[in-house]
Write a protein that binds this ligand. Sequence first.
Ligand code: PHE
Length: 366
Amino acid sequence: MQELETQKAEALAAIAAAETVDAVEAIRVAALGKQGWVSALLKTLGGMTPEQRQSEGPKIHAVREAVTAAIADRKAGLEAAALEARLAAERVDLTLPAPEAPKGSVHPVSQVMDELAEIFADMGFAVATGPEIEDDWHNFTALNMPETHPARAMHDTFYFPEMDGEGREMLLRTHTSPVQVRTMLAEGAPLRIIAPGRVYRSDSDATHTPMFHQVEGLVIDKGIHLGHLKWTLETFLKAFFEREDIVLRLRPSYFPFTEPSVEVDVGFTLVDGKRVLGGSGNGQDGGWMELLGSGMVNRRVIEMGGLDPDEWQGFAFGVGVDRLAMLKYGMDDLRAFFDGDARWLQHYGFNALDVPTLSGGVGVRA
Ligand code: PHE
C-alpha cells in the first residue's frame, strides 16, 4: 500500500515536471500503456481473493484515475501554452488594410507537370491517365509481377479491404506503370505517351511521403532500341533543366517490366558545396545522382497489353515529379509540398499566367 502511494506520488510529480507534450506522452505510455506499471497493477487484481480485491481494487483504480487525470490536465495545459505562444508569434493585425489582391499560386508540382507535358508534346507524346485506385492485375501482374513476385513486397502497398467484382485485390497504385498496360489495351500501337499522376506508398520521412507524384513515359513502335531511350531522356532533361551540358550515365538495373533495365544517373557539379546538375559527373568537384528507372518494355508486358512483341518494341521510364521539382527549384523537404502552408506556396509557387512554353522557356519563375 505504502509502495502504491509512493509510486503514485512519483508519477504525479513527474507529470507536473514534464515540459513537453512528448514527455507527458512518454509518461503515459510507461504508466497506462500495455506494458505500463498501472496496467500491471490492474492485472494483479485477477489473482486476488474476492476479499483482497474488494479492498485493493478501489485503491488501484484510484491511482489509475489520478494518473489519467493528471496526464490529461498537463497535456491540456502544455497544448494551451503552445497555442498561446503561436498566437502571440503569428498575430494578424485585423485593423491593417486588407492586402491589395490576395492571390493564389500554382504549386511547383503542377508547374513541373505542365513543363513535362510541354516538353514531351514537342517530341510527339500525348498525355495519358489511369486510375489512382487500381487493381493488382494492372499494378503488378500485367507488369510481369505475378502474385509470388518478391518485387511486390518492396512496394509498401496500401491495399483496400475489399476486392472488386472480378475478385481482384484493390489498392492505391504504387507507380504510374499500370498506365502503360491500360494505354496499350485501350489504344494499341504505335504509342508515344507520358502519364503523370499521384502514386502511393506506405513510407514517410524527409524525402518520402505516402503520396507522391511520378511521370511515366512509354513509346511503342517498330524497331525501337536503347538509343531512342537515351536520346529521349537526354533531350527531355536538357529542356527541363535548361542546360546543354546535362550528361547521362546508364547503369544496368532490374525492373520486372523492362528488359534490359537501366537506372539513369545525371552528372552534377559542386558549386559552393551545392550540387548543380550539369557537367561531366566525374572528378573531384562532381559526381552522379540517381534520377530515374527505365528500360526496354519486357516482351511479356507487351503481350499483356494485347500486342505482338515480335512486331512491336518499346521503351519506358518512370521518374519522381516531386524530385524533379526539388532539383530544379531548390526545395529540400518533400513534406512541405503537402502541408498547404500559404507562406511556402507564396515563396515557391508560380504565377498562374506563367504558362511554360518551349519558346518562352519552361523554367521562368513567377
Ligand atoms: N515503376 C518504376 C518505379 O516506380 C519506375 C520505372 C518505370 C522503371 C518504367 C522502368 C520503367 O520505381
